[in-house]
Design a protein around this ligand. Structure first.
Ligand code: FAD
Length: 467
């Protein structure tokens, strides 16, 4: 079978690339080694984690905030099996939706591991060992990533687990020890904390979500502490072992003292590593970076081999589903002869704890480092009427604007529905709006989005109305 484009990997990078290629008139195939489409994001990432976040949030609210709303509940309890079953139903609905989209767009789906025979020929190997060869003009590699670990830690997938196993546990842990205070760890840690687990976070850096604006990490830590989570910051993990149902995690604290924690599960969430196993990159001369094993690409996301592109988690940049999707569209349009563009500085980062954390653009730390003169406007949710009504008083919106031109350079928020609210900031910044531009646009009342307008008012001339 001869194609214009073959996409290897069906995550948000791969399936979006395939759809856009098909929309642009290319004969397109997608290869996926798993039985279901959708990649990490739909199967063991974004979607199942959000399903569990929502379920655990409902339980937490029923247990802790319903009374304040005048709602009485007797015999509140957790049916954890049902929670996990529902999560799987959500995953199944999403992955079968991708199968439908492939059919709708007349994209051939080849199930099996794709590997290069040469730059125009891909061998698809099925689970039973049988192979087929398909040929193509162009290839888009979208093989994603897998959880990484520390060299001395053995993940047994039973007691010492990654995010993948944390999505399919059969019980709520009594004491979950989390190695790593980044996005994935904190999201799943907060799920289990809400369901009643003791959760201890051991983090090497001196703050959580260390790549985001420091103020967000501080506020999030405060909120998660209220949820009962414990933090061991500045601790270097030296080992984790499991014996029966007990795990022991050892670490050195900042003073070099030994610390030992005992629990029943340990989740290792120290990042993810690009996945290129079995692709046969060496056959066509594509090399990967030593650190992170990422495929090197140029500004057109083309590898060192002409006509072979790579997108998503398998290349440099943020490991985020929407970044992978944007790159999928970018490459498809580029192959079709268009001149697409991605503004990497405006890819938002989100943490789906509650309150949610979301950010786009430069952090204060980055602006200081660049020597850019900036002004800050911030607005706390406790001053928002909408947040008062819903009882979501933690958090704030912080807007950073250029001191001279008033152009918005960064927006950092922690609060209710921040994950959705950040879209306003992205659009404003994409159109290079000033803080004052946002203040001039009407914002429905009462909404959480008014906090964005108020923060922009504060940034413009310190003229926030409600604080
Ligand atoms: P992937 O989604 O990893 O897909 C790659 C696919 O390629 C896989 O299906 C794999 O089986 C297949 N494959 C690999 N090699 C081959 C081969 N040789 N032949 C055939 N198929 C192959 N991001 C967000 O933006 N928002 C979130 O809320 C979010 N939550 C997350 C929560 C968790 C717990 C995790 C683990 C990740 C989360 N992410 C989130 C990150 C997000 O899942 C990834 O950034 C995204 O899936 C990357 O997309 P991708 O297309 O590059 O690769």
């Amino acid at each position: 079978m001869q194609y214009d484009v073959i996409v290897i990997g069906s995550g948000p990078g791969g399936y979006v690339a395939a759809i856009r290629c098909a929309q642009l008139g290319m004969k397109t195939a997608i290869i996926e080694k798993y039985n279901t489409l959708g990649g990490t994001c739909l199967n063991v990432g974004c979607i199942p984690s959000k399903a569990l976040l929502d379920s655990s949030e409902h339980y937490h609210n029923a247990a802790h905030t319903f009374t304040a709303h005048g709602i009485k509940l007797d015999n509140l309890g957790i049916d954890f099996g049902q929670m996990i079953k529902r999560k799987q139903e959500v995953v199944d609905a999403n992955t079968s939706g991708i199968t439908y989209l492939m059919k709708k767009n007349k994209i051939d789906v080849h199930q099996g591991v794709g590997s290069f025979k040469d730059k125009n020929t891909i061998v698809v190997t099925k689970a039973d060992g049988s192979t087929t060869e398909i040929t193509t003009e162009k290839v888009i590699i979208a093989t994603g990533s897998k959880p990484s670990s520390l060299p001395f830690l053995k993940i047994d997938k039973k007691r010492i687990i990654t995010s993948t196993e944390a999505l399919t546990l059969t019980e709520v842990p009594k004491h979950l020890i989390l190695i790593g205070g980044g996005v994935i760890g904190l999201e799943l840690g907060s799920v289990y904390a809400r369901l009643g687990a003791k959760v201890s976070v051991v983090e090497f850096m001196d703050g959580i979500i260390p790549t985001m604006d420091k103020g967000l990490g501080r506020e999030l830590q405060k909120v998660l502490k209220k949820l009962g989570m414990e933090f061991y910051l500045g601790h270097k993990v030296t080992g984790a072992t499991a014996k029966g149902k007990e795990v022991t995690v050892t670490a050195d604290n900042a003073k070099g003292e030994k610390v030992e924690l005992k629990g029943d599960y340990c989740m290792v969430a120290v990042g993810r590593i690009a996945y290129t196993d079995g692709l046969g990159l060496d056959k066509i001369g594509i090399t990967v970076e030593e650190r992170g094993r990422k495929i090197t690409v140029d500004e057109h996301l083309e590898t060192s081999v002409k006509g072979v592109y790579a997108i998503g988690d398998v290349i440099k940049g943020a490991m985020l589903a929407h970044k992978a999707e944007d790159e999928g569209t970018f490459v498809a349009e580029l192959i079709a002869g268009q001149k697409p563009h991605i503004n990497y500085n405006l890819i938002p980062g989100v943490v789906y704890t509650w309150p949610e954390v979301a950010a786009v653009g430069f952090t204060e730390e980055q602006l200081k480092e660049k020597g850019t003169a900036y002004k800050v406007g911030s607005f706390p949710f406790k001053a928002s009427g909408r947040a008062r009504a819903s009882g979501d008083l933690d958090g704030f919106v912080k807007v950073l604007a250029d001191k001279t031109t008033d152009e918005i350079l960064g927006v950092h928020m922690i609060g209710p529905r921040a994950a959705d609210m950040i879209a306003e900031a992205v659009i404003a910044m994409e159109f290079r709006a000033s803080a004052e531009d946002v203040t001039r646009a009407s914002h429905a009342h009462p909404t959480y989005t008014e906090a964005m307008r108020e923060a922009c008012l504060a940034a413009t001339e310190n003229r926030a109305i409600h604080i």
